[in-house]
Design a binder for this molecule. Structure first.
Ligand code: ADP
Length: 163
């Protein structure tokens, strides 16, 4: 089976991401989670914090991946440098599709040997995004069904709201 890279902002990692990781782990021999250092959107957490949270969340959930890395620059260059044949992405709704479609075709143009593979969200996480988690927590809401404990704690610290 090919080796894969699952890239994203992971700001912060949620149960939606973890579900994709867990399922991708069963399909690919070797999965690396790649945290984009400078995504186009502004992030709440630094690359180092996002990596630390991803590692802690994976541990809390008992999910083993081969590695969590941070990277900058072109995604296909990161995939090549780690010897990856596949890029894994999750799809939630129509709104994800348009962007993912464009990215996948662009990446295929840049690196024809790297295949993008899409895993459909699980129904229970189809509405879940890092942005909604941040919004709810900043307003003092309970996000325990959206993110592991360690992530909720860190969000509470960041927003100075009760844990
Ligand atoms: P990006 O900014 O690169 O989209 P994200 O951290 O938002 O990074 O998402 C990384 C990947 O995980 C994307 O492919 C995204 O569609 C997917 N993803 C995020 N949340 C979910 C979810 N709840 N269910 C399935 N896939 C998801």
């Amino acid at each position: 089976m090919p080796k894969a890279l699952y890239p994203g902002s992971f700001d912060p990692i949620t149960y939606g991401h973890l579900d994709i990781i867990e399922r991708a782990e069963k399909i690919f021999d070797d999965l690396i989670v790649g945290i984009v250092e400078n995504p186009r959107k502004e992030t709440l957490f630094s690359p180092a914090e996002r990596k630390e949270l991803a590692l802690a969340a994976l541990e809390e959930e008992g999910i083993g991946v081969s590695k969590v890395i941070t990277f900058d620059g072109l995604l296909v260059n990161c995939a090549k440098s780690h010897d990856r044949e596949s890029i894994v992405r999750g799809l939630r709704a129509n709104s994800d599709f348009e962007y993912e479609f464009q990215m996948a075709l662009t990446n295929r143009d840049l690196a024809p040997n790297i295949e993008s593979v899409f895993l459909m969200t699980s129904g229970e996480y189809s509405f879940l995004s890092s942005s909604i988690v941040k919004e709810v927590k900043e307003l003092g809401g309970d996000v325990s069904t959206f993110v592991p404990r360690v992530v909720e704690k860190k969000l509470a610290e960041k927003f100075s709201v009760p844990d």
